[in-house]
Write a protein that binds this ligand. Structure first.
Ligand SMILES: *Cc1c(COP(=O)(O)O)cnc(C)c1O
Ligand SMILES: [Zn+2]
Length: 464
């Protein structure tokens, strides 16, 4: 059985404890560090060539035909085929985007956007949930829980109701969940608690509740979830005809994605399936800059696994003393205590990565640019595009580099942000978004009120 190929391992080199794949853990019980899923690759059936991965001619009855995660099952071999859970996730696209390329300063043919909004619940989270629900099924879990800025809960609720496997419990912060996302958790039937606090508070409470009540944790602390998110990068490679790009640019919130991407590429390199690594750029919102501050100001590094956690604790104490909370319109990355911090540092070290912040003004402008390509994204996703633009201007990313920005979520998740940007006049914009530093809409496309009269309508059309 495939399960025996996998185990869990503490990522701290001085502990390095291992645990069976069948245990339900979100941190190392001995030292509290994060856990990895590791494999006995010698016994796994990994194809010898990258281009043999992800083929659609999977065995009869296999889920590879319907799942963009499980068709890469050879690279996350922790579950037998018959245990795999899917809701049809991972049919996403790598789209060449010349207009956005021009906006960022990249050569027109060299920028592609990996559009994860095409997932069934509208965000990349579905890739991870397919893997986490599969593990939950293997261990016989009955209840699933998560804290969420919105998309994790939408995805978890979708998997729970579609699979009928687990009862979903969702904790959201009481402030600012985008309606598109909240509507999904409610409609899919998740028990939804609005915790009086922000995401970081909800994340702390859900971990306590999972311990107290034996609820299976679906946040990205769960190492199995990150295994599913590795497949986003396999599909990027597939979209580039199996060539490794120069840069991967991704928004950073709880830092699960960046961690999973790092693991994906480092494993492929170790397996001899790729001969070079891309560089990684993780983009924080300026209003939620923990990773950027720790890396760029405090000099925090992976340091072969011995991360200076005193430095991290001191940083968090400072946030508390100043009463500083994360504050950005990009609600999916409004997170100041990213749970996967150490794994992300490992990815940055392994992929020669950089971290930047972008203000909300630039995020919304970049989002409007993505819209010109005819698909769009939610605000947090556009941080990747805004971040790339900044990195090109700095000269860190070369204009001729081959770049992939990950668009993490669908534009209809947060239509308020879009309609506000395009529809508000300067006064309304200042009132609604001034607190986020957004004062103008450079790419505004406002709706035009017109009388119900042919002459007036024709005149309005001619004026355009
Ligand atoms: C969850 C999410 C993020 C943040 O991803 P992390 O893995 O937590 O860093 C970014 N964008 C969207 C749309 C999300 O749903
Ligand atoms: Zn440990």
């Amino acid at each position: 059985m495939a399960v025996e190929l996998a185990h869990q391992a503490c990522i701290h080199p001085d502990c390095a404890s291992t645990y069976e794949a069948g245990e339900v853990l979100s941190r190392c019980p001995r030292c509290g560090s994060l856990l990895d899923v590791r494999y006995d690759w010698d016994r796994a059936q990994v194809p010898a060539r990258l281009r043999d991965l992800g083929r659609f001619d999977v065995p009869a009855g296999g889920l590879g035909r319907v799942s963009g995660v499980w068709r890469f099952g050879a690279l996350l071999p922790f579950a037998p085929t018959e245990a795999q859970v899917t809701i049809g996730e991972g049919h996403t696209q790598l789209r060449p985007c010349p207009k956005v390329a021009e906006y960022t300063g990249i050569d027109p043919t060299n920028l592609s956007l990996q559009y994860e909004g095409l997932n069934p619940s509208g965000s990349f989270k579905d890739n991870g949930m397919a893997a986490a629900f599969t593990h939950a099924r293997l261990v016989g879990a009955k209840k699933a829980g998560c804290a969420s800025t919105g998309n994790t809960s939408a995805s978890m609720a979708a998997f729970a109701s579609a699979s009928g496997l687990l009862k979903p419990v969702v904790f959201v912060g009481s402030g600012k969940i985008a309606y598109g996302k909240l509507s999904q958790a409610l409609e899919f039937g998740a028990r939804t608690l609005q915790v009086a606090g922000d995401f970081d508070d909800a994340m702390a409470r859900i971990q306590e509740v999972c311990r107290e009540r034996g609820v299976y944790l679906m946040n990205s602390l769960n190492p199995f979830r990150l295994e599913g998110q590795k497949t986003i990068m396999y599909r990027v490679l597939e979209g580039l005809d199996w060539e490794v790009p120069d840069w991967i640019v991704v928004p950073g919130g709880n830092l699960g994605n960046s961690s999973a991407f790092g693991k994906a590429f480092l494993e492929l390199k170790d397996l001899g399936l790729i001969d070079r690594l891309p560089r990684l750029a993780v983009i924080n919102a300026a209003g939620a800059p923990t990773l950027a501050n720790l890396v760029n100001r405090e000099g925090l590094r992976w340091n072969e696994g011995r991360v200076d956690m005193d430095k991290v604790a001191a940083y968090y104490r400072g946030l508390d003393e100043r009463g500083e909370k994360a504050h950005t319109l990009a609600s999916a990355i409004e997170i100041n205590r990213p749970v996967n911090l150490t794994k992300c540092l490992r990815a940055l070290a392994g992929l020669n990565g950089v971290v930047r912040t972008v203000p909300d003004q630039e995020i919304l402008d970049a989002k409007a640019q993505v819209g010109t390509e005819g698909f769009g994204c939610e605000p947090a996703s556009a941080a990747s595009v805004a971040g790339l633009r900044a990195l090109v201007a700095e000269g860190v990313v070369d204009r001729s580099a081959r770049v992939v920005c990950v668009l993490t979520g669908h534009p209809l998740k947060d239509p308020h942000a879009t309609v506000g940007y395009h529809g508000y006049d300067a006064g309304q914009l200042a009132e609604a978004y001034g607190g986020y530093g957004v004062t103008r809409a450079a790419y505004r496309n406002a709706p035009v009120p017109v009388d119900n009269d042919l002459g007036a309508i024709l005149k309005a059309l001619d004026d355009a």
